[in-house]
Design a protein. Structure first.
Length: 115
């Protein structure tokens, strides 16, 4: 893929994630709100909290995928020249993948706070 196409493809992927999240939110939120029966003060907050959690987790997963792709390709190149760097390279790829875990933690915290 050309370098000039990476950013538009990333923006398109983020737009698709947001669109799918909104579609699922509009279908699932009323049923979840009725099933969970949150307090009267949180009834208006629940759909926004679900959307915020979906966006946090989705964008973090996209960012982690981009980071792992960048670090992973560099890691493969480094391992081709020096195979003894395997341990260090695995740590770097794991750190890049940790971004998705942070997004998931933020999503859980948002949903816990909403009630």
């Amino acid at each position: 893929m050309k370098m000039s196409l990476k950013i538009p493809v990333l923006i398109l992927a983020a737009a698709i994630v947001v669109a799918v999240g909104l579609t699922l939110l509009l279908q699932v939120a009323p049923a979840a709100a009725q099933a969970a029966a949150p307090a009267a003060g949180n009834a208006a907050v629940a759909p926004w909290a679900m959307m915020a959690a979906a966006i946090a987790a989705g964008l973090a997963a996209l960012a982690a995928g981009y980071a792992v792709a960048s670090v992973g390709s560099a890691a493969v190149g480094a391992l081709a020249e020096k195979p003894e760097l395997l341990g260090r390279v695995l740590i770097l790829v794991g750190l890049a993948e940790g971004i998705a875990i942070y997004g998931l933690i933020v999503a859980v915290l948002i949903l816990n706070r909403a009630g």
